[in-house]
Design a protein around this ligand. Structure first.
Ligand SMILES: *Cc1c(COP(=O)(O)O)cnc(C)c1O
Length: 345
């Protein structure tokens, strides 16, 4: 069994974290706050926010059914959790990480910023998980394995049991990016978090929750690893108005919107599949479709010149001639279909 703390960089384990004024305040009946050199004039944002985001974490804990002690909340979306994960576990210039490919581009950039070799292992041609190849790519210096499920840009989710097998067989941390999990019928690994001490699960408020503009992401891990994130993060990594706004918006019931996106994805996939210039619509568990066409650049330019932008993934290895369509409102999707009906082939 992996002992996650033994995988943490020595300097991080030894770290004496910065102690904020709000950390040293142990509670009590205070009504004069003179400990943090703030402005005393109340304008709504003159006080430092809660560096531990207690109220927000309690709300997330209830929503997700995980303990408050298992939660890290990041203020630059998932990007913060991705970067911190490299910084916590990987010694620059020494350690490496394994990732599936094609996948989310931020893993590669965060690895490069931290001077960590990222060993990318191609999915099978139909985008299945290459379990034994991933394990073979790892060596004694491999600290992390990045699995995005549902995967961006391919759209499919992997079987939970396969990811659990990876976690049980790999000697490092398995990071599962579940940014699109709210759209997937395959479900989340959160319910088995406690069975795999080397599992880290990333989720975000940017997609199904409709809060991309607020930049709030989450990591879920064992208590000992969640505590390491808390020590390494910037002390006030989530500003006060954002904490309040996320809590307010978490009251919304998003299930109707999610259901609409899922049903639009189904019908858009069917319709797209009928066009002669569409070679393949890949199955999706997310809010987007990866579509292989006969000339991706030409179709991309056609849509662009008609005011519709999709993501051209045709230069990504494994996604040749592919465009990625985010699912819009029913009206927006209908407009795309209309344009495709008029596409001069
Ligand atoms: C969109 C996305 C995220 C979310 O990023 P945020 O920084 O939280 O907005 C994370 N992972 C993947 C794979 C994504 O596609």
């Amino acid at each position: 069994m992996v002992k996650p703390l033994e995988l943490v960089r020595k300097n991080i384990l030894a770290l004496q974290p910065y102690s904020t004024a709000r950390d040293e305040f142990k509670g009590g009946d205070i009504n004069v706050w003179l400990d943090a050199n703030e402005s005393p004039y109340n304008n709504g944002v003159n006080r430092y926010p809660d560096p531990h985001q207690h109220s927000l974490k309690e709300k997330i804990s209830r929503l997700k059914g995980v303990g408050v002690e298992n939660i890290f909340v990041g203020g630059a979306g998932s990007d913060e959790a991705i970067d911190l994960t490299f910084r916590i576990f990987c010694e620059p210039g020494v350690d490496n990480a394994v990732s599936i490919a094609p996948s989310y581009g931020v893993y590669r950039v965060a690895a490069a910023i931290n001077d960590i070799e990222l060993r990318e292992v191609m999915l099978t041609p139909d985008f299945m998980l290459p379990v034994s190849e991933l394990l073979q790519a790892a060596d004694a210096h491999t600290k992390l394995m990045w699995i995005c499920s549902p995967n961006n840009p391919t759209g499919n989710a992997f079987a939970l049991a396969e990811i659990e097998t990876l976690a049980d067989s790999f000697g490092g941390m398995v990071v599962v990016d579940e940014a699109y999990v709210d759209f997937s019928e395959k479900g989340s690994l959160l319910s088995v978090l406690h069975q795999h001490p080397n599992l880290i699960i990333l989720q975000t408020f940017s997609k199904a929750w409709g809060m991309a503009g607020l930049r709030v992401g989450m990591a879920f891990a064992s208590q000992e690893i969640a505590e390491i994130y808390a020590r390494v993060k910037y002390p006030y990594n989530l500003n006060g108005p954002t904490q309040m706004e996320v809590m307010r918006r978490m009251e919304e019931n998003i299930s109707d919107k999610v259901a609409e996106i899922v049903s639009e994805a189904k019908s858009l996939a069917e319709t797209l599949g009928r066009f002669p210039f569409v070679e393949k619509v890949y199955p999706t568990d997310a809010n987007f479709l990866l579509v292989k066409v006969d000339n991706a650049d030409a179709l991309y330019d056609y849509l662009l010149s008609n005011g519709v932008i999709v993501r051209n993934r045709s230069r990504v290895a494994g996604c040749e001639e592919c465009l990625r369509f985010t699912i819009g409102t029913p009206d927006e999707n209908a407009r795309v279909i209309n344009l495709l009906n008029q596409y001069p082939i």
